[in-house]
Design a protein around this ligand. Structure first.
Ligand SMILES: Nc1ncnc2c1ncn2[C@@H]1O[C@H](COP(=O)(O)OP(=O)(O)OP(=O)(O)O)[C@@H](O)[C@H]1O
Length: 281
């Protein structure tokens, strides 16, 4: 559904961030986009949303090119940025202005989510806390029913109960014809929700893999439970050393996304041996 081809972009011609990037995102998935600070996650979301223009290459969402900003493209894409600015209006008024841009917007779903998040339509967008603004925007995004929903650090600012509500809402509103792409550092907030996992590093997608394949090929365990020669990456713990190892048995283990992320960034060669097709360029 989303095809990024040969995309090149930088904030200046001398500092290229993405160089000939290719990436395909398929409908029916909630992609988790991970990467170190400054790796380019927010920039990639903005490029996909058509808010930045590539130097070269294309971003195609369901047949429409992002940088054309055609109505057909814009009505199918909703972007929840990390930093939000709103006019001095109530949630009701904001919804009233925004909804007509999204033909599949579901008003009753929106108000259900708003209530679930403990908000109401009379609240002024500007006067709400950061977390409350996030909740309002998440509700708008999910209710928009766009084919593509981009979320930049959506759980930042959410309190503990709201994080679990967020997970449930996202899972409920995912459908076979939608793609959700969630950039996050808070992998624990999104464990059991995001799948596949996409990792960007140095202007490249260095990992793009489903949880099924990850647990099929990799074992997440403790050092004493595996042969030394099978260990790919070790993280020293207080009680025990946690490891990512080759999974020869095919028996799945519980994936530790933090461990996976560190293994991908530090043990590229061995990770490439375990999941050979997944280092794109
Ligand atoms: N407006 C801008 N002008 C110039 N450089 C920028 C601008 N925005 C981002 N950058 C640079 O582009 C790179 C990627 O930034 P980006 O915000 O996309 O990273 P990120 O992965 O989202 O980071 P973080 O995890 O810290 O939010 C960084 O080196 C950053 O300094």
């Amino acid at each position: 559904m989303i095809n990024i081809n040969n995309l090149t972009f930088g904030y200046s011609k001398r500092h290229i961030l993405y160089d000939a990037l290719d990436l395909e995102l398929k409908e029916g998935n909630i992609y988790g986009l991970l990467g170190e600070n400054g790796a380019g996650k927010s920039t990639l979301l903005m490029l996909i949303a058509g808010l930045k223009k590539p130097f070269d290459g294309t971003v195609n969402v369901g047949g429409f090119f992002a940088d054309n900003s055609s109505p057909e493209f814009l009505q199918e894409v909703f972007f929840i940025p990390e930093e939000m600015t709103f006019p001095n209006v109530t949630i009701d008024q904001y919804q009233g202005v925004l909804a007509p841009f999204y033909p599949k917007f579901n008003k009753s779903t929106f108000y259900e989510m708003l209530t679930e998040f403990g908000l109401n339509g009379q609240l002024k967008m500007n006067n709400m806390s950061y977390g409350q603004k996030k909740k309002a925007l998440i509700s708008l995004g999910l209710a928009s029913n766009t084919r593509l929903l981009l979320m930049d650090e959506p759980t930042n600012g959410l309190d503990i109960p709201s994080k679990s509500q967020f997970r449930k809402m996202v899972a409920k509103h995912m459908s076979d014809d939608r793609v959700f792409l969630i950039s996050t550092h808070q992998v624990r907030d999104l464990e059991s929700l995001i799948d596949p996992i996409v990792i960007v590093d140095n202007g490249k997608v260095v990992f793009n893999e489903t949880l099924e394949n990850i647990s099929d090929k990799l074992l997440f365990t403790t050092a004493e439970k595996v042969e030394n020669s099978d260990v790919i990456y070790t993280e020293n713990g207080v009680a025990e050393d946690k490891v990512v190892a080759f999974n020869h048995s095919g028996i799945p283990s519980r994936i530790n996304l933090e461990l996976l992320f560190n293994a991908v960034l530090t043990e590229k060669e061995k990770m490439n041996q375990a999941l050979p097709t997944h280092f794109i360029k």
